[in-house]
Design a protein around this ligand. Sequence first.
Ligand code: GLU
Length: 449
Amino acid sequence: MIVTRFAPSPTGQLHVGNIRTALHNALLARKAGGRFLLRIDDTDAERSREDYVEAIRADLAWLGLAPNGEERQSARLAFYEQAFDRLKTAGRVYPAYETAQELELKRKILLGRKLPPIYDRAALELTDEDHARFADEGRAPHWRFRLDHEEAIAWDDGVRGPQHFDASAMSDPVVRRADGSWLYMLPSCVDDIEMGITDVLRGEDHVSNTAVQIQMFTALGAVPPRFAHEALMVGAEGKLSKRLGSTGVGDFRAQGLEPMAVNSLLARIGTSQPVEAQHDMAALADGFDLSTFGRAPARFDEAELLRLNAQLVHAMPYADAAPRLPDGMDEAAWLTIRPNLERVSDASEWWRVVTGPVAAPELSEEDAAFVHAAADAAEALDWNAEGGAWKALTDALKQRTGRKGKALFLPLRLALTGMDHGPDMHALLPLIGPDRAARRLRAGSPPAS
Ligand code: GLU
């Protein structure tokens, strides 16, 4: 049984990078018929907020990524305490007292000597008297995990292939602050073990954390899960933009995008598979394959997102669109308008033009006479002519008046829609229909004198 998890900290809104990670974990589990868990990493009581937890749930629900279970780290502090005690007994965590300034100074000295800035483990040399003295002075220690320098760190990464790390080239990580609060590393391992996580799939910014956590799993007597680290995401311009870092479900919704357009894009960018509009999660999960993920950053292109959205809208059944369509817009209208839309919400603009009322345009005398002729032509028109009513009307007028191009089309559009731009007239005119068309063209005509 495959079990994956998405583990956001509720200290802000999910951005598109988080969403991509969540989606991939959901797809990995779904493809294997496994479970996908949401783990709220809220050990930081100060920065975690309940409204963000709710926003995370709502965002996942909108995307169609509702998890099979939810856990919260703040409810699990006792488990972290137990694990910590075990590591303490085994000598795998140790107290240290250096201040941030002292550590920074050590770093600078090492860097000045062109040495890697690895923590020197000075705290391991402290005697019982030293500890007693610190306690007398009221100085509480923070705690570091003691890496085993003899134990080779290696894993076969689901995206990056075989990985090797030398523990002696790494600093023993701080796992607990002096005030007793937890840093991310240890609670995450404890949870992954107790929740039976089989696959940890996350961004490549976590690769060195994985090296440390593999030793934590072992120190806690567990077999580490499989790990995969995907390349990070960049904007279309090839950079990790600020804007991308703050784009989330709220923006997608405001733009009228379909969740499956977002999912279709995020599931495939950065892989060797083509980006295609998929209508449901099952289809996306079917094709999900970590071995197709590349090492180069995934490019998130909003133009591509809109293209996928349009493809989904063009195939969307009326029943799916209906709750979001303007009153009175029926299936026939939807099917006619649908191929012209990038978003479902664009339908209302079309529908307003179809049903009217439209403002009668101010036309030059010449254009008004032309539109008058157009009203006659519209009344005599074969509305079922091959090539469509718009073609029949403009062909007839071209012949009769010699007008072409903008001089032909613009006055007609103005009179028929009240606007100088808008939906394609080929599709629009049949919906406006003969009566409304004739009436609008007459309204643009010069008053009969
Ligand atoms: N809360 C961690 C983060 O958001 C989770 C990382 C992980 O997937 O283990 O970075």
